[in-house]
Design a binder for this molecule. Structure first.
Ligand SMILES: [Fe+2]
Ligand SMILES: [Fe+2]
Length: 199
């Protein structure tokens, strides 16, 4: 199944994709490039596991999962995102069942919020988003985001231990678990180099 094809050939999904592309911008860690990588991981998970998903729910959930990051607020970006997504989807004529499915998937994608995924689409989004935090790309994202936040190298290294190295234990599917093991091993090797170079 080519999920990303929906972005081109389903008119409503195409509108969501074009709105998202504009809103997210080009930030490589959390912007449109991240959304496209999560989409590619979601596609690989669905195909490797042979999952029966609602492709439109999954693609729209991937597209909108970090939309809450674009709006200021004291609440969690996943909570804000589920509300913003629902408003966007209502304007586009999506019914309440569809909006509810997407909102639940967005709420469940967050590591820090800790909500359990209740649908297969929510599970795929959660795994796909976490896989993009691992491996070589995960390393680049940590240092890129750290620089934007004014965080030093030491704090970024701490972030690997506090969050990134734990993500592999939160995967729902065996394909994701297998890939996460490989990508986590790359980070561990990188951290070993760091220690070696510092002596
Ligand atoms: Fe997120
Ligand atoms: Fe994300």
């Amino acid at each position: 199944m080519r999920l990303s094809v929906l972005m081109d050939f389903n008119p409503r999904v195409n509108v969501v994709a074009r709105v998202c592309r504009k809103l997210y911008g080009g930030d490589p860690a959390h912007g449109w490039p991240h959304i496209l990588r999560v989409m590619a991981w979601a596609e690989r998970i669905v195909n490797s596991e042979g999952l029966d998903v609602d492709p439109e729910v999954l693609v729209v959930s991937v597209l909108l999962h970090d939309i809450g990051r674009l709006y200021e607020g004291s609440d969690h970006h996943a909570i804000r995102g589920s509300e913003v997504a629902s408003i966007i989807l209502e304007v586009l004529g999506y019914d309440s069942r569809f909006r509810g499915e997407v909102s639940k998937a967005i709420l469940a994608h967050s590591y820090s919020l800790g909500y359990k995924a209740e649908s297969v689409e929510a599970m795929v989004l959660s795994d796909a988003d976490k896989l993009d935090a691992l491996g070589a790309i995960g390393i680049a994202r940590v240092f890129h985001t750290g620089a934007l936040m004014g965080r030093g190298f030491e704090d970024s290294l701490e972030h690997f231990k506090a969050k990134i190295l734990r993500l592999k234990d939160l995967m729902y599917f065996s394909y994701s678990r297998r890939v996460a093991e490989v990508l986590t091993a790359r980070i561990i090797e990188y951290l070993r180099w760091w220690g070696e170079e510092l002596g």
